[in-house]
Design a binder for this molecule. Structure first.
Ligand SMILES: [Zn+2]
Ligand SMILES: [Zn+2]
Length: 69
């Protein structure tokens, strides 16, 4: 499987390691950001944030958009 960003840059020496959680495109190690993600777990009648972080993969483009101010 090829990384979308590498494909647009005509790079062929990489392989995808994940799928961007936001845009759904395949990303390689170079174009991925693995970031902590909060998870809501059942707690009584409601839900609370898990004490342990999960993780998610986002591509360069989506990470830049998420962190832009
Ligand atoms: Zn790539
Ligand atoms: Zn993305």
């Amino acid at each position: 499987m090829k990384c979308y960003d590498c494909d647009t840059e005509a790079r062929t020496d990489t392989s995808a390691i994940g799928v961007c959680d936001r845009c759904g495109l395949l990303t390689c190690q170079d174009h991925s950001h693995v970031v902590p993600a909060g998870v809501l777990v059942p707690n009584g009648l409601g839900r609370t944030l898990s004490p342990l972080p999960a993780r998610r993969v986002v591509c360069h483009t989506c990470r830049a958009a998420e962190t832009a101010r």
